[in-house]
Design a protein around this ligand. Sequence first.
Ligand SMILES: Nc1ncnc2c1ncn2[C@@H]1O[C@H](COP(=O)(O)OP(=O)(O)O)[C@@H](O)[C@H]1O
Ligand SMILES: [Mg+2]
Length: 222
Amino acid sequence: MAELFELRDVKKNYAGNTILNGISLSLFKKHIIAITGDSGAGKTTLLSIMGLLQQPSSGQIFVNGTAVNKLQLSEQARLRGKYFGFVFQRARLIGSLSVLENVLVPAHFAKTEDDVIKRAKFLLEKFDMSNRLNYKPQELSVGQMRRVSLARALLFRPSIILADEPTNDLDPSLAETVAEYFLQIRNDGTSVVIVTHDYVLANRADQVFRLEHGQLSQVTHA
Ligand SMILES: Nc1ncnc2c1ncn2[C@@H]1O[C@H](COP(=O)(O)OP(=O)(O)O)[C@@H](O)[C@H]1O
Ligand SMILES: [Mg+2]
């Protein structure tokens, strides 16, 4: 089976400090990968390199067989938009926009057709947010904001969801709901990379890795 996504010997230095020291990783279609590691281990850095938001210091990245390193930044941005959906560590919602408008933000870079609005409403309904469409982010709980950011990430049916600690600050039942969403997304054909400290979530992944000293090692399932 061909990889949807691959990192080959990726390294990242910040000001002489090696944060990532030779990361190789393959992601297949419908696969869920969990990455754990201590605070400061480089998990967010790794996720942003995977999502083509940051350049590695060295190493190669392949998205659906395309070598990213050889592409212009504008082509990388196109690839990012085509393949990836992001759930950031903080929800990063826009305060002046309503819940529905926040989910539609990615559509502002494309055309906002009626069916895109329908899809946004469908996702918000799926995440039990239909009765909050016109609320502003500051009127929402942390868990509700996270569900809005999840809907936003899924708007254009990305092949790969990159989620940075998506169940942080959520109570256990809501964390369970988010874990369920990820499993459902997989059934729609999406692959997911989740950075998490939440072992309940990690244990539902196909593979679990630990990031330590700039390297990934696979953790065997309990
Ligand atoms: N833009 C940056 N410039 C310099 N150092 C950074 C930058 N981003 C992250 N770091 C450093 O890289 C290390 C890993 O950070 P991060 O990837 O956020 O870790 P994690 O998400 O695992 O907590 C930290 O020591 C952090 O201070
Ligand atoms: Mg982080």
